[in-house]
Design a protein around this ligand. Structure first.
Ligand SMILES: Cc1cc2nc3c(=O)[nH]c(=O)nc-3n(C[C@H](O)[C@H](O)[C@H](O)COP(=O)(O)OP(=O)(O)OC[C@H]3O[C@@H](n4cnc5c(N)ncnc54)[C@H](O)[C@@H]3O)c2cc1C
Length: 359
């Protein structure tokens, strides 16, 4: 088939790779350039944390996340370049003044496990347990939680590897080329057979319920810090995480602000993220600030992902919010089922709504 994809962020690239490998003829349009600087995909920390996220999302997203964890290594293996992927769990820590918030989080983990007993159970840790996992932290914290099986990947490597595969498979790539679904008449002579709309927040004009949720993130170079796994700090305002990215690089994120403002990072957010990182590991004192990034997560009113049909041959995939990397493989497999059979048993498993066009 001849297929057009709008948006070359996370969902657009993933879908384009899958369809191009299956032998379809593809054109991919993006409003920005090949480095994906205009996408949430590029800004993200790419944590794959279904348990930690269950504190703030629905069971369906947790289930999609659990389904997706083993799918990522399979998808990465189909690319021509290596992409860093790690699955050695998450460490959750808190300072004494945030103990009440930590209790709420632990209760939430128990509720998640009661609802989905097949999930790995959060494990309480004392100082010795923390030191065993992360030797540099044991003397600073006396209590924590370990969330087994959670993962993360290097999104910059992933986006670049997908781009190179699309080039190799002769996909027609159109950069700095914003498009809307109405620019195409799929099924008509000389037109594509299908259009997939993966424009994230860029689809707002045609999907008014969409909103952007501002997130800020900092990349640090910190040779003195020896954390090996993603570490979350319970924080009264946002769930803050420190994600090791290899080569002494760490990503500290992310704020969550109800605004679609894409201006530079604020002083307050910078201070809060950096002081949180320093309070976890004083080795961050001499870290170098390599990058400060602001982007918006594409979200729908219920903060859940959605697939919406705009006519018979235009499919919109959006609302991935703060869980894009966590759930993208599940969304991809649902879309492939829909394309092949017009139904998706997987979507039913996840209680994922597939709706006809309406706002
Ligand atoms: C700070 C931050 C941290 C995050 N951390 C995580 C995390 O740790 N784990 C996780 O799972 N998720 C995380 N996310 C969420 C994740 O990045 C998003 O859910 C995901 O990128 C959404 O994918 P998407 O393809 O729908 O949109 P995007 O990745 O935003 O891609 C949309 C693309 O569409 C293009 N576009 C826009 N308008 C047009 C147009 N008119 N025509 C053509 N192209 C257009 C844009 O240029 C962009 O390239 C984070 C997001 C942010 C901002």
């Amino acid at each position: 088939m001849n297929i057009v994809i709008l948006g070359a962020g996370l969902m657009g690239r993933l879908l384009a790779c899958q369809l191009a490998r299956a032998g379809h003829t593809l054109e991919l349009f993006d409003a920005g350039g090949s480095e994906a600087l205009t996408s949430a995909a590029r800004a993200a920390a790419a944590m794959l944390a279904p348990l930690a996220e269950s504190a703030i999302t629905e069971t369906s997203v947790v289930q999609m996340g659990m389904y997706s964890l083993p799918r990522w290594p399979e998808l990465i293996a189909q690319l021509d370049e290596p992409v860093f992927f790690q699955q050695i769990g998450t460490l959750v820590l808190w300072h004494r003044q945030d103990a009440a918030e930590a209790q709420r989080f632990a209760r939430q983990m128990e509720a998640t496990h009661a609802a989905l007993p097949s999930l790995p159970k959060a494990q309480p840790l004392d100082g010795a347990g923390i030191a065993q996992l992360e030797p540099s932290l044991g003397s600073r914290f006396t209590q924590g939680l370990f969330l087994p099986g959670e993962g993360q990947l290097d999104n910059h490597q992933l986006l670049a590897a997908m781009l190179h595969q699309l080039q190799r498979l002769n996909v027609k790539l159109h950069w700095d080329s914003p498009r809307v679904p109405a620019d195409f008449a799929p099924g008509q002579p000389g037109q594509p057979d299908w259009v997939f709309d993966c424009r994230g927040v860029g689809a707002q004009a045609q999907w008014p319920a969409l909103r952007g949720v501002r997130g800020e993130i900092i990349t640090l170079l910190a040779p003195e810090v020896k954390l090996s796994r993603p570490t979350r700090l319970i924080h009264p305002r946002y769930p803050i995480y420190i994600a090791p990215k290899g080569g002494d690089y760490f990503v500290v994120g992310a704020t969550e602000i109800e605004s679609d403002d894409l201006s530079e990072m604020s002083v307050r957010s910078t201070l809060e993220l950096l002081s949180a990182a320093y309070s976890v590991d004083s080795g961050f004192a001499e870290a170098r600030i390599m990058d400060l990034v602001t982007q918006c997560r594409p979200a729908l009113p219920n903060n859940l992902p959605s697939i919406r049909m705009l006519g018979e041959r235009v499919m919109q995939i959006n609302g991935l919010y703060r869980h894009g990397y966590l759930i993208a493989p599940a969304m991809l497999d649902v879309v492939m089922e829909l394309l092949q059979t017009h139904t998706s048993p997987l979507a039913q498993t996840f209680a994922l709504a597939i709706s006809p066009a309406k706002d």
